[in-house]
Design a binder for this molecule. Structure first.
Ligand SMILES: N[C@@H](CCC(=O)N[C@@H](CS)C(=O)NCC(=O)O)C(=O)O
Length: 333
């Protein structure tokens, strides 16, 4: 576990000493944009143009941010036009690697041993965290983006003129509401599970975990009366919520101490998660040997060891006791 400093790998975990124990996520560094026209892409001067075969993705199946991208790639039928590398499930001293292991798909671009080789290839003086997902441009030999929320928007519409499947998951008329829901879900839940899991003080842990469960209550009410989060159709808001929910009971409840209640005790949220799991593009991108985890809480071999062996979980190292399920919330939980 570490980061690149001036293009050189340096082993260190997130600094929580300067943030009163809070986990503060770094901003993604590469923010160029693939567009469907010959206009220069948003946020970049190079102009990345959608072409089948030109782009490559780096993912980890354990990662909820990468999972968003895998779902959108599947929904838009882009599996053959955007190729894929999969890192080893275990992230230790060198960060994500391409060591031989179950499910690993090696790097075809430079034959990288470590994912940080890819970042350093794109920017030899790069300083920052080396994260998945990464969208790579073969033609310009560089990283387009390492920000999942933006990669899914590119996949949603930029490849429509070059063979992507029909479907708009960020429709114009729903954008305002999608953005609002995304923002609440991101803050309290998508990032909230990590803020709870990586907190190094009791106060910062509670600051994350209490709003997290309030947000689950709010979502439970909202989904009691509607099938999808926004409007009457599947949108990117559902994709973004799903990748956290589908890992909740098997990973976040125990490992990140989000243990005030299990997802199975939220009837609408639980039904929603199972409904989406059966939706094409969702279940198929959730690696098969982890599927049983959401129905039985059985071991999920490809995700759980990634977190338990790597174990930067500050809740364990800093001896923060998980908040239990208050009787007033749900006595069965
Ligand atoms: N904002 C990024 C976050 C990506 C991210 O944090 N990925 C994690 C895996 S779930 C990672 O690669 N972490 C490695 C690190 O922080 O060193 C996105 O949404 O794409």
């Amino acid at each position: 576990m570490g980061l690149l400093v001036d293009g050189r790998w340096s082993e260190r975990w997130h600094d929580t000493a300067s943030t009163d124990g809070r986990f503060v996520r770094s901003e993604s560094a590469f923010r160029q944009w693939v567009s469907g026209t010959r206009e220069p892409g948003r946020g970049g001067s190079l102009g990345f143009i959608a072409e089948p075969g030109q782009y490559h993705l780096y993912v980890s199946p354990a990662c909820p941010w990468a999972h968003r991208v895998l779902i959108m790639r599947a929904l838009k039928g882009l599996e053959t036009s955007i190729s894929l590398s999969v890192v080893h499930w275990l992230m230790l001293d060198h960060g994500w690697t391409f060591e031989t292991g179950p499910g690993v798909v090696p790097d075809p671009i430079i034959g990288a041993r470590y994912l940080y080789n890819i970042y350093a290839h794109a920017d030899p003086g790069f300083t920052g965290r080396v994260t998945v997902p990464v969208l790579w441009d073969r033609r310009q030999d560089t990283i387009v983006s390492n920000e999942s929320s933006e990669i899914i928007r590119m996949l949603n519409s930029s490849f429509d003129g070059v063979g992507a499947a029909r479907g708009d998951y960020y429709p114009f008329e729903l954008r305002g509401e999608i953005d609002e829901v995304n923002s609440d879900v991101y803050e309290a839940l998508n990032n909230g599970v990590h803020r709870a899991g990586f907190a190094t003080t009791r106060a910062s842990y509670e600051e994350a975990v209490l709003p997290l469960f309030d947000t689950l209550d709010w979502l439970e009410d909202r989904l009691a009366g509607q099938r999808y989060l926004v409007g009457e159709r599947l949108t990117e808001a559902d994709i973004r919520l799903f990748t956290t929910l589908v890992r909740f009971d098997s990973i976040y409840h125990g490992h990140f101490k989000c243990s005030m209640r299990r997802l199975v005790y939220f009837p609408s949220l639980w039904a929603y998660t199972r409904d989406l799991l059966q939706t094409p593009g969702f279940g198929s991108t959730f690696i098969s040997n982890t599927r049983s985890a959401i129905t039985t809480r059985a071991t999920a071999p490809s995700i759980r060891p990634a977190l338990y062996r790597w174990d930067p979980s500050s809740t364990l190292r800093f001896h923060i006791t998980a908040l239990p399920s208050p009787l007033t919330r749900n006595s069965a939980a």
